[in-house]
Write a protein that binds this ligand. Structure first.
Ligand code: 9MG
Length: 260
């Protein structure tokens, strides 16, 4: 999954793709580079980011979604707002990626009768407060439990389990130790939920904490993290550097299957 943020303040690309043309050519390059799913988002989720109005989010996301529909690649829309989910689904979005785990009032109704895929992510609190001293008794069990509970609520609401995947939400209300525990036990989250796991580690601050590198120098760290997640059974990797990650995964996959 390749990330295209249409935001002026994304932590990872500094808002380089804020204009429609720039976002579109970025997405086109990702397709050339071998992306499978394009994740577009208008609201920044970096720690401390301020919420965006509904109108502004629609103004950022919808033109790109319309423009990308004819490229033949599945499009995911990263949003927490039921109204954006509704509009995106009607415009042909193939997936809704909700960092809030479809907890907003109206979110389940917005996605229930569609057939698009749905990514349920774990986040402690919200982007404004999530990094203010996050605490867990046992992070892996608590995150897995949350994802399991959300998946059950969604299925009880009539949403087919085949539409769901889960994401522990690296960096969303987690310390470095929490993130490392989740990455090292990703296969347990997969087993506990019996759902495909999506992992987003690309360029995140946990990689900066480990390497001491600023966001623009985290390519090698991002690839290492992507491979660690793949080794733990992640089905979808949300990344910024598609070409490099695809090459790394091809090598990892070839070695893995040679051994089997
Ligand atoms: C929107 N967004 C930013 N980081 C993310 C992550 O790790 N996972 C998912 N599903 N979405 C994310």
């Amino acid at each position: 999954m390749g990330v295209v943020n249409v935001t002026p303040d994304s932590f990872s690309d500094g808002g380089h793709f804020f204009s429609l043309d720039a976002a579109l050519s970025h997405a086109e390059q990702m397709i050339v580079d071998g992306v499978d799913i394009i994740d577009i988002g208008g609201e920044s989720s970096r720690p401390g980011a301020q919420p965006l109005s509904l109108d502004e989010e629609l103004r950022r996301v919808m033109p790109l979604l319309y423009a990308l529909r004819d490229y033949g690649k599945p499009i995911s829309v990263d949003t927490c707002k039921p109204e954006v989910m509704h509009e995106a689904i009607h415009a042909g979005a193939d997936m809704i990626n909700d960092i809030n785990g479809f907890r907003a009032m109206g979110a389940l109704t917005a996605v229930k009768d569609a057939d698009c895929a749905l990514c349920i992510m774990h986040m402690l609190n919200n982007p404004q407060t999530m990094q203010a001293g996050p605490e867990y008794r046992e992070v892996v069990g608590e995150v897995a439990g949350f994802l399991q509970e959300r998946a059950t609520i969604m299925q009880d609401a009539g949403i087919a389990g085949e539409r769901l995947c889960v994401d522990p939400g690296f960096g969303f209300g987690k310390t470095l130790d929490h993130n490392l525990a989740l990455l090292g036990h990703l296969s347990e989250i997969r087993a506990a939920t019996a759902l495909p796991v999506l992992a987003g580690l690309s360029r995140k601050s946990m990689l900066g904490a480990i390497t001491g590198k600023p966001v623009e120098q985290r390519l090698a760290a991002s690839i290492a993290a992507a491979l660690a997640a793949a080794e733990q059974g992640a089905a979808i990797l949300r990344v910024h550097d598609v070409a490099e990650t695809v090459d790394a995964l091809k090598v990892w996959y070839a070695v893995k299957h040679k051994q089997e």
